[in-house]
Design a protein around this ligand. Sequence first.
Ligand code: ATP
Ligand code: MG
Length: 578
Amino acid sequence: MKLSSGFWQTYKESPQDAEIISHKLMVRAGLIMKSSSGLYHYLPMGLRSIKKVEQIVREEHNKEGFFELTMTMVTPGELWKETKRWDKMGDLILKFKDKGGKDLCLSPTNEESVVDIFRRTVKSYKQLPIGVYQINTKYRDEIRPRYGLMRCREFIMKDAYSFVLGEKAQDDIYQRFYDVYNRIFSRMKLHFIPVEADAGNIGSTQSKNHEFQVLADSGEDEIAFCETGTYAANLEKAETKRGDIPFHQTDAKLEKVSTPGISSIRDLCHFLDAPPYHTLKAMIYTAVIGKKEKHVAAFLLGDDTLNEIKLKNHLDADHIFPSTHQTIQELGIPTGSIGPMGMPDGMPVIFDAAIDLKASYIVGATEKDHHYKNYIPERDSRDPSHRFECVDLRKAKAGDISKETGEKIVVKRGIEVGHIFQLGDHYSKAMNAMVQVRDGHWEAPLMGCYGIGIGRTVAACIEQNHDDEGIIWPGAIAPYHIYFGIISKNEELRSLGAKLYQKLWEAGLETVLDDRGLGPGFMFKESDLLGLPLRVILGEKTFKRDGTLEIKIRRTGQILNVAPDQLVEKIKELLEHL
Ligand code: ATP
Ligand code: MG
């Protein structure tokens, strides 16, 4: 690419809506351009990186024997109705009608399409296992598109699907995808962790489910892990133990105390001089399950936080939300000091598993301005209307202990670049995609789905690889390898430059030639912003001095001088490590 005839423009200023560095740099370096909210054009420089990520993804899938196909981006509504996702996915799906009034949508994912292809193609167990994938555009009408390519509405996803018979085969193919993903993200030199993730409403509780998280402070997810790599989970899913807590053990009698005007745990602890883990906090939630609503009271140690996903999964609810003030009043619960005693008859009471049921707590008296001291769940909840369950509901936090290894848990932010997921027979059954097994019976195959956000991966890579001047591409996905600038008006030197440029390309070294005749200052600034792994300068001063060109390694800032006839070899050698 010659910049003189190129289609490349950089910007000094970051776009106003850019909050994170990858968004700022991708726009400033002329990789992407916003078309509208959550919609981005991939400009030539950005598209090259995207294509490189796609190619790595493609190669690793092909190596493993998975087949590439392309499904239509527009899918008929009738397929989505078979799995009931037409309604379930709500307004995330962009729906429309064709001239004939037929329902259509832009695919947010493609389980329905792939199952439809499968059921029209595969009839016998002999054709299994099958793994197919595509790399194409998805559309999700995200509520809050932001962060550039990180969370947009239109984006490129690699989505793969597997079909097998039997749990063992399901685990085997899952492991193959797990390995493929590790290879893909390692090739891009990303610092990533596969973490256990929440399976949501699909798949059984045993089903495997991992997200591939790229560590970055700007990440939208929080992940809990042990530094030794023995345990890692999305915070939504993480099941950990609290570090040792000195619970309050007493058999003192339940005692009602007046707590005028106190409604927060903080004030309560201050007022009664108790640590927060000697109190229980109450959360009243409404769960929507199908067309029904159910209200529950959840109790946690005073300094723990409710993990809504755990509660939602426990209740098998479509969604949950904190009950409104009005609902709480209608349930007859006085707000302000809600406790496990005095909950309305029949209302489920759930204690978080971190609560020692034999210990004593300060709890709301479910009466305005009053609390109980010495409430012992096991002793004081015997009344049948106070029957309770004990469930892990708390959000894991730093300093917790891994249940498996006893090691300390660290919490960091991550960007979910990939997600692999066992789906069981949920979709194959719903869409009646059956295969004939050995004994002649028909059985629904078990499925898996496996996604990678291509654009998000590029953005995540920039989050991990940049400095104050701009991007620092890892060689594997840089738009080009070399930024080659000629600083001279001398015809002889310019023609040497043109020859070297030719030679670099012939050697397979992807080179951008800055032949715009700009001053060195401007050229260096743009080259640093774009962040190709190597910058090569053919400058009159240096060349006249000792007949060399200057190579600068973008990541380290190191400068090397090489003679023209050694340029290709030197660059090849350097790129092996970049
Ligand atoms: P998120 O939790 O971030 O909304 P998701 O879990 O809904 O993502 P999946 O359905 O697992 O996403 O999609 C597979 C991959 O596609 C994700 O791991 C992510 O890399 C990418 N992806 C999902 N939504 C977006 C989006 N709005 N913009 C860019 N990439 C996305
Ligand atoms: Mg996901």
